[in-house]
Design a protein around this ligand. Structure first.
Ligand code: HAM
Length: 427
């Protein structure tokens, strides 16, 4: 029979690869807890309309990349391509969430039908953070610094932060008018893709990858010349505060991002340690999204970090698994029962324990304990089991004092003392 393969653009993560994922996820969660950001979980599957309205009809994500299908009830459903629209929907629907500002995070799989390559998959994972109901420039700086600090804490090097201001709706509208006029006059010099975007999504033409169009655009009207005084001032405060925090940035007036909901601040963090898919984090302000979707006016800002890309460039030290603390060697029927009981008891401690389930000879089990690099070993044979006791000792080869003790199963005090002395566990 032919082997069944993964769908293109999806991968399995076996335990040894997951070690780094788990370490990264744990550190991220700690950072977010410390920053008083709370977790929200939304469905992976949503009504298609949510993304069409939220992300924008003319975006690549909605037009070309969504996994959309009709379910048995004849509804059009889509696997989420990102998390912001779902969070906005949850805010609108949840009476408890909508009445006060919320700092929220989510982590999980997203789906986009893109051409897979290193750092780009069809099922990928994002950490998203959304500050809902925050309008002041300081919230923009807090969001950017949070993303920056998470990446730094995870040992990502060669970071580069790019920022831009897209102004508010009326700034963009006046730019749009002049820009479309200019594009019409220069239609023949544009690449096909840009030509097709003139009326649908002209802003996206600004970040075209086509070098000839890029050259032509040098003479086009510039979005930053169309920002109102208020928008310019807002942007200046953000730049000043970033400088005060010593977070280096470059301004990129062409940075418009691929989703339609952004206004004012847009930003991306890239790392040259990544290949062509260099953007590890993207985000920005979306002041109009929630009211456009039927809620009340709720200015907000957020970002998402692509976890696959992050894992590729996070520090090597995060690849190490936690060592086994106690390996339980056991042989014989009585010994097995006692070993099972002891391993349940050890489950209450903050320890990594490994119960040998092989029934193999003592020497084979010791070899396994060695392979696991276990810090200590418990030995139970039927002789010990008959007395309801076990022996425990440090398992560091060539060590003179291995603090070997025989302990009765019911003697919790002695067991705790031994663990505290040797494994420094917090009990
Ligand atoms: P985005 O720029 O579309 O923004 O995605 C954010 C990050 O997700 C990217 O920078 C990248 O690291 C990762 N990513 C995107 N597509 C793929 C893929 N096919 N394979 C691997 N990684 C990928 C958003 O999704 C917005 N919701 C971010 C946001 C939150 N803005 C405000 N709040």
């Amino acid at each position: 029979m032919k082997n069944l393969k993964n769908l293109r653009g999806t991968i399995d993560l076996p335990p040894e690869k997951l070690i780094k994922w788990q370490n990264v996820e744990e550190i991220i969660k700690q950072q977010l807890l410390r920053a008083s950001v709370k977790e929200i979980r939304t469905p992976i599957i949503e009504m298609t309309e949510l993304f069409v309205r939220g992300i924008g009809e003319s975006t690549d994500v909605v037009n070309k990349e969504m996994y959309t299908f009709t379910d048995r009830g004849n509804r059009s459903c889509t696997l989420r391509p990102e998390g912001t629209a779902s969070v906005a929907r949850a805010i609108i629907n949840d009476g408890n969430l909508k009445n006060s500002p919320q700092k929220l995070w989510y982590m999980g799989p997203m789906f986009r039908y893109e051409r897979p390559q290193a750092g780009r998959q069809r099922q990928f994972h994002q950490l998203g953070v959304e500050f809902i109901g925050y309008e002041s420039p300081i919230s923009d700086v807090k969001i950017i610094s949070l993303a920056w600090d998470i990446l730094q804490r995870l040992g990502v090097i060669e970071l580069n932060l790019e920022i831009n201001s897209l102004g508010d709706k009326s700034d963009r509208e006046s730019f749009r008018k002049s820009f479309i006029k200019w594009l019409e006059n220069n239609f023949e010099s544009l690449d096909k893709d840009s030509q097709s975007r003139i009326y649908k999504n002209p802003l996206r033409i600004l970040d075209t990858k086509n070098s000839q169009t890029q050259e032509v655009l040098e003479n086009a009207p510039k979005l930053n010349n169309y920002l109102s005084e208020k928008s310019v001032q807002r942007y200046s405060i953000i730049k000043k505060q970033l400088q005060d925090l010593q977070i280096p940035y470059t301004e990129n007036p062409k940075l418009v991002r691929g989703l339609d909901y952004y206004s004012h601040t847009a930003f991306e963090i890239t790392s040259s340690a990544l290949g062509s898919q260099a953007t590890v984090c993207g985000g920005g302000r979306y002041d109009d999204l929630i009211d456009q979707m039927g809620g009340s006016r709720t200015p907000s800002i957020g970002f998402a970090i692509g976890l696959e890309r992050l894992i590729l460039i996070a520090g090597k030290d995060l690849e190490r698994a936690r060592n086994t603390d106690i390996y339980i060697v056991n042989k014989g029927d009585l010994a097995e029962s006692l070993a099972l009981e002891l391993s349940r008891k050890l489950g209450a401690f903050d320890l990594v324990t490994e119960l040998d389930l092989s029934g193999a000879s003592f020497s084979k089990q010791f070899k396994k304990a060695n392979k696991f690099n276990s810090k200590s070993v418990v030995v139970i044979g039927d002789k010990e089991a008959m007395k309801k006791e076990f022996s425990i000792r440090l398992f560091i080869e060539d060590q003179d004092n291995n603090d070997e003790q025989t302990i009765l199963l019911e003697d919790n005090v002695k067991l705790k003392e031994w663990i505290c002395r040797n494994l420094k566990s917090t009990i």
